[in-house]
Design a protein around this ligand. Sequence first.
Ligand code: SF4
Ligand code: SF4
Length: 436
Amino acid sequence: MRTFFEESRLEDEDILASSKAIRRCVHCGLCTATCPTYLLLRDERDSPRGRIYMMKSILEEDRAPTREEMKHVDRCLSCLSCTTTCPSGVDYRRLVDHMRSYMESHRSLWERLYRKTLWSVMTKAWRARCLFVLLRWGLGVLSFVPYLRLKTSRVRSLMPRWDLHPMASDVAGVFFAEGEKRGRVLLPRGCVQRVVGAQIHDRVLKLLTWQGFEVIVPEGGCCGALGHHMGYVNESRAEAEHQVRCLHEAEAKYGKVDAVLSHASGCGSVMKDYGALLGSEGGRDYGSRVEDVSFFLSKVGMRGRPRKSLAGMKVVYHAACSLQHGQGFGGVPPDVLSWTGAEVLEMKESHICCGSAGMYNVLQGEIADLLRERKRFYMSSSGGSCVVTGNIGCLLQLSGAEGSLPVCHVAELLYWSGFGERPYSFYSSGLSSKMS
Ligand code: SF4
Ligand code: SF4
């Protein structure tokens, strides 16, 4: 596709990157076959190709996007399924990221306020905890009125069923390896996951030390992924810079860190991309060391044998988009799940997003619900008894429906099989009693 930017505008790095991305598009339309919003809505403007046309027109004319154009760009999940499919190598991520930050100043005051509040609550664990605790109480009261119960069913479906209290392991510091030491890793705690899935950090930390890794948990929270997803470039850069500083401080104090591990693939995808986000050597170095914890454990191999074999159990693997399309890890983490003895099944349509996508299921509830139902259908027809995933967003999005399969993090399953407590979601599903 040809672009028509004035030379002076191409001095802007973002415009240049977007122009390059647009120019690679040959309008073949192959990406439409794997775009979740196009599959659901069948509107060209909700396909990658249609969005590229719209973004090209807005950027070339350097104008405010119309309400319609904003609607169609906002409906994009940033799942990057189109990037995996595109034979021409269109860097859709750069383009849509640029457009999101471009659109931010053109939103209404109310929209800006709402989005900024959401971002500022979700990226600070203590604020998110207050919100979720209040929501839980409030929703409990509202559910006594049938009409309000129905109206709030979406929000209730996204609430975790377990405790929202912080866990004892949610502290910064150094955690020593058990037995012969195999290496040293950095494990950021994250932000909202510390509230809605505190057990994940706890399980990962215990697994890693049990497996012989010294774990450094730095101070600090959000990695910048949530803000990045919403178009807040400056805010996400500041958060990313903080993470890079944490790595440098950890190395100055404790010595060389072998890998930076992420236990939420949505975060990992952005952390891996710090080089592009920060445009600095520090960012590139950090990004090159980021690994998803399940693939890291697959790579280094699990030491020892599980205390509890899960032989006979069928586990369905849900590949988060941020892992398969964002980080290029398609398929199941090969060795780590089979180490438990469980049979690992892949889900049909595994390349299609479940609708979680950062804050998407809050901001675009209707489409997110349709995608969730589609995914739940494949979950229940998979023949498995539980679903495992590597991303907290997917975990919450797919959990909680009456009669649907329990969903847990890969680390929760490994921890249970290795030496610990079973995944929280198994208790409410009745699976724990069958497997005890
Ligand atoms: S597959 Fe790639 S080249 Fe083809 S229309 Fe989609 S983005 Fe453009
Ligand atoms: S990122 Fe996902 S939703 Fe957005 S255009 Fe690409 S495939 Fe469609």
